[in-house]
Design a protein around this ligand. Structure first.
Ligand code: GSH
Length: 287
């Protein structure tokens, strides 16, 4: 479980680090980003038993662990709140699977946070288990985090990932939020492509990774979900389908704060504009 430090840069009094480690779930080496807020070093001088809350960030298609840490400006808010922020890469890489580099929306950079069952992909493409099981154990073993205070959020395919990780694991995460999530992947082109490739043609299997389906089955505490969606996001009407999730949440009686943000597109300028609100949202639950 040894971690290799790739880089470390001081930011807002804390440190933005990137690590690499060998993953059992994905059968390859994985990188992840870890922001360590200034309160951690301050505590290490005194009370070393102090543990900090941890917030997981999942990025979207084409991303590595770098997009969020370089473009969102989140470190200011993590430093203020004293929250450790972990952001994994979005897929296994370099597994020598035929076709893995052929598309921006499938294979490398597009693990889609599922455990593949199709023969070609099932050995390595296990991002669901990597994010929900292996990575939290690695993080708890290497950083002073309190595993009873974790939450999750993400963007686009990573917003889909955050919603399903939360909804499939009642009690594991205290809260969830998303920017422009792929909300109903079973009926949207990106989702259909990923699910067909990783899970095969059985649509019952797809539903187990579809937030719009899962919210009706969720048995845990109904904590409010925060979703921000850009009103000028070209993907909204055909890929993201937030209205389907909104409708399903209403039927399930699950509180949802859905905000249509007029004029914003799908990119990280949009994420950066509202990232502070998402930290406020999670800090309430992680206190
Ligand atoms: N049209 C884009 C689709 C991919 C995309 O929009 N990716 C989003 C997440 S779904 C992203 O975060 N891209 C990287 C970035 O903006 O830094 C492409 O072909 O690259």
């Amino acid at each position: 479980m040894a971690l290799e430090l790739i880089s470390s840069s001081k930011s807002f009094g804390g440190f933005q680090k990137i690590f690499k480690h060998s993953s059992k779930e994905t059968g390859c080496s994985m990188t992840f980003a870890a922001y360590i807020p200034p309160q951690v070093a301050a505590a290490a001088d005194g009370d070393t038993s102090k543990k900090f809350p941890v917030l997981y960030w999942l990025s979207g298609l084409t991303c590595t662990e770098k997009n969020f840490i370089e473009k969102s400006g989140f470190q200011r808010f993590a430093a203020e709140a004293g929250i450790v922020v972990i952001g994994p890469d979005t897929s296994p890489r370099g597994c020598n699977i035929e076709g893995e580099e052929d598309a921006y929306d499938f294979g490398t950079g597009a693990g889609f946070y599922v455990d593949a069952t199709e023969e070609k992909w099932k050995k390595n493409y296990r991002m669901y288990s990597y994010v929900t099981k292996e990575l939290p154990v690695v993080v708890a073993a290497n950083f002073p985090v309190d595993p009873s205070r974790q939450s999750i959020f993400g963007h686009s395919a990573g917003g889909h990932g955050a919603l399903i990780c939360f909804l499939k694991n009642p009690g594991q995460y205290r809260s969830v939020s998303a920017f422009a999530p792929i909300s109903n992947p079973s009926v949207a082109p990106w989702g259909i492509k990923a699910f067909t490739g990783y899970l095969g043609s059985n649509q019952d299997a797809w539903k187990q990774y579809d937030a719009t389906h899962l919210i009706g089955q969720y048995t845990g505490e109904k904590v409010e979900i925060l979703i921000d969606q850009g009103g000028a996001d070209d993907n909204k009407a055909n890929q993201l389908l937030p209205q389907n999730f909104e409708e399903a949440a209403k039927i399930a009686g699950h509180p949802l704060r859905y905000r249509d943000q007029e004029g914003y597109d799908h990119g990280y300028y949009f994420v950066a504009s509202f990232i502070g609100d998402h930290f406020k949202h999670h800090a309430k639950f992680l206190a």
